[in-house]
Design a protein around this ligand. Structure first.
Ligand code: AMP
Ligand code: MG
Length: 267
């Protein structure tokens, strides 16, 4: 399938030029769903090997506007993966304890243990997104954070963490529909947060912040991918494909034991 979604280091991105409904690389929906099923199963097997090997880990970072499908991705791509080896961390408004530290502290604390897959539902990137748009810290501080993030992620990769970053790219029109669904369905009311509408009002500012983030923080060691996310099946298919291939490239191996299994008799 190639890797048409990857942002090259230093590449300038214009999100309005990228179609959130693009499925060109995917074939038909049925085919994509078939591959998703196989990928999810393969990810489960590879995760087992990663866990057995116990030396490295995978960190999957999901960013996107409200309703872009971060939770849905966790469900759709990682539901087959055994819960033993996967840890999902949701990044919400920082607690008092978190606020008392540098912005990367909580991300480092949540970094995946060796042998596991860590998923960040939102991440330290909120600190150059919502924090920037809402001007929660001075602009001069935000400016330093891109390099700080790159250095942090480099340090992680040099210590055995492979990092994948996905920006779930939805259109403003699709978000409108999904927010409306949340209002219409009593079972989805809990997901609706009136504050989300403020973010929607600042859509343009968010897109600017995303573009800067994609431009400055897509590195050789931790690349961003922009995933067309208006169609849930396409979003899941793209992410599952990348995760599977990444784990295959990591090629975790079952450890060899230092004793001879044949020499052991169970009585
Ligand atoms: P949700 O993902 O729907 O549970 O919402 C989490 C909320 O926390 C979103 O509105 C984020 O913008 C917000 N949030 C996450 N990280 C930060 C941060 N570092 N500073 C301020 N707000 C944040
Ligand atoms: Mg929300």
């Amino acid at each position: 399938m190639g890797d048409p979604y990857r942002v090259k280091p230093g590449q300038k991105v214009k999100l309005s030029d990228i179609d959130p409904r693009d499925t060109d690389a995917l074939g038909s929906e049925d085919e994509a769903r078939g591959r998703l099923y196989l990928d999810a199963t393969a990810i489960d097997t590879l995760q087992d090997r990663l866990y057995a090997e116990g030396k490295r880990s995978l960190l999957v970072i999901l960013q996107g506007m409200d309703t872009s499908g971060k939770d849905g991705t966790v469900r759709g791509v990682f539901n087959t993966t055994g819960p033993l080896g996967v840890q999902v961390t949701a990044f919400r408004r920082p607690s008092e304890e978190e606020m008392a530290h540098d912005f990367l502290w909580r991300a480092h604390l949540a970094a995946p243990r060796r042998g596991t897959i860590g998923i960040f539902n939102r991440s330290h990137y909120e600190d150059v997104l919502v924090v920037k748009v809402r001007k929660l810290v001075p602009a001069s501080d935000i400016e330093k954070r891109y390099d700080q993030i790159n250095a942090f992620e480099k340090m992680l990769t040099e210590n055995g963490v492979t990092i994948l970053k996905f920006m779930l790219h939805i259109s403003k029109a699709e978000q409108r529909e999904r927010l409306q669904e949340r209002l219409d369905d009593p079972k989805k009311h809990w997901k609706f947060n009136p504050g989300d509408l403020d973010d929607r009002k600042s859509w343009g500012d968010f897109m600017d912040a995303y573009e800067t983030m994609l431009h400055r923080c897509s590195t050789e060691w931790a690349p961003w991918r922009i995933v067309p996310a208006d169609r849930k099946w396409a979003r899941n298919a793209v992410i599952a494909d990348v995760v599977r291939k990444t784990l295959e490239d990591m090629n975790p191996t079952y450890p060899k034991v230092s004793w001879d299994p044949k020499s052991i008799k169970i009585v």
